[in-house]
Design a protein around this ligand. Structure first.
Ligand SMILES: NC(=O)c1ccc[n+]([C@@H]2O[C@H](COP(=O)([O-])OP(=O)(O)OC[C@H]3O[C@@H](n4cnc5c(N)ncnc54)[C@H](OP(=O)(O)O)[C@@H]3O)[C@@H](O)[C@H]2O)c1
Length: 370
């Protein structure tokens, strides 16, 4: 390492964000496992089963169901796309890099000759790009003579940027990718999920870090992240936690909304937390810091590979259709209670309203109104 790199590492270690992640995130993770342990102990005594068995799509569909995976070019998204293809899904890969998308697509095809996979280049931090994806996707369905519906949407794309960046549409990059993009994509694809002849599902990939948020303000400034990117020191760890709590609140609210409109709604919504997984999520950290984090987590027995970490995502994706509005954690089909704040239905409603307003604003600004 040269002097510049040492300086970078030193200032990273001296930052509030480093200690926030080191202390609060570790405590949040340990608390989640402790809760899981208590739950397992309690259920062993009461002999109740706190887990959902997996349900293969081939048992309910007569043709290949369609599954859209965002952030499919790396880590958990790539692992989920491979695994869901093995489960019999027609996998639609969504990612930013065409090269990486082609690589994952050919990996999936290599794995099984009859795998069905299609890739779309989409930047989830851009409303315009998401809207174009919807148009291209519908065109593709029509060209392929396929039913105009989606059976599974996995909102997995996420970033942990260490520097403040503002998107062309004026949002903070972390909020735009981790929350606003997922909200807009789901809202745009909801008619296709509702049009499915078999039960369909939205799976939102959130994180235990949401537990570190003790109070939250919801308005357009916070959810677009404008108030964070404007601050003198960019609170990236807090923005990440906040984005994951928003995704969780959104999951529970969407679950309530779809059930409210139609009691026997075919669309279910599940939030999932993979725990700590060795992926590229810390790509913007100084290399020695991410290696130290992985080393410590491995020492504590808390680090999983992508193939292990993807189990919770598969549990959520393949849970029976009646399972909805829950939070999967820890693999083996187990669910957990998320933080008390995430169950605040008033906050969830405020978030829904503010996100819908932002959606309309982004839609008007992009010139796409139909
Ligand atoms: N790893 C963990 O320990 C952990 C724990 C809890 C939750 N999670 C969550 O799991 C999800 C997957 O993360 P990961 O750990 O697999 O990290 P990763 O290896 O960095 O993968 C993130 C994926 O998201 C994509 N992405 C980022 N920004 C995007 C954008 N604007 N548009 C489209 N795609 C974009 C990336 O694409 P590029 O390759 O183009 O950048 C990449 O494919 C994230 O939501 C993360 O927050 C991870």
């Amino acid at each position: 390492m040269d002097a510049q790199e040492w300086k970078e590492v030193f200032s990273f270690i001296c930052s509030v964000e480093f200690w926030r992640m080191g202390v609060l995130w570790t405590l949040s993770l340990i608390y989640s496992y402790f809760q899981l342990f208590r739950q397992t102990l309690f259920s062993a005594k009461s002999k109740s089963k706190p887990y959902s068995p997996r349900c293969s799509p081939s048992s309910i569909a007569t043709r290949r169901p369609i599954c859209i995976v965002t952030g499919a070019t790396s880590g958990l998204g790539a692992a989920a796309a491979c695994a869901l293809s093995r489960e019999g899904y027609y996998v639609v890969l969504v990612g930013r890099s065409l090269d990486l998308l082609s690589k994952i697509a050919s990996d999936i095809k290599e794995q099984s000759g009859d795998a069905c996979v299609k890739a779309f280049q989409v930047d989830l931090s851009s409303f315009k790009s998401i809207w174009n994806f919807k148009r291209e996707f519908q065109q593709w369905l029509s060209d392929m003579n396929m039913h105009c519906s989606v059976q599974l949407l996995i909102n997995n794309a996420g970033i942990l940027a260490t520097r403040s960046r503002v998107t062309t549409e004026g949002c903070d990059k972390i909020m735009a990718t981790n929350y606003v993009g997922a909200f807009c994509l789901t809202k745009i694809l909801l008619p296709l999920l509702q049009n499915s002849p078999i039960p369909s599902r939205v799976v939102n990939v959130t994180s235990f870090t949401h537990r570190s948020v003790s109070s939250m303000k919801i308005n357009k400034e916070t959810i677009s992240g404008k108030c964070f990117s404007g601050s003198r020191i960019y609170p990236f760890a807090h923005v990440y936690e906040y984005s994951k709590l928003c995704l969780l609140l959104f999951s529970y609210e969407l679950h309530r909304q779809v059930k409210l409109v139609e009691q026997s709604s075919q669309v279910s919504v599940i939030a999932v937390d993979p725990g700590t997984v060795k992926t590229n999520i810390m790509r913007e950290f100084p290399k020695c810091i991410s290696q130290l984090a992985f080393f410590t987590l491995r020492l504590l027995g808390l680090l999983q590979s992508s193939e292990e970490g993807v189990c919770s995502i598969l549990d959520a994706a393949l849970a029976p259709p009646e399972i909805s509005g829950v939070y999967f954690f820890g693999g083996n089909g187990r669910t957990l209670k998320s933080s008390p704040l995430s169950y605040n239905s008033k906050l969830a409603k405020d978030l829904w309203e503010a996100s819908s307003d932002l959606f309309i604003e982004l839609q008007l600004a992009s010139g796409h109104t139909t």
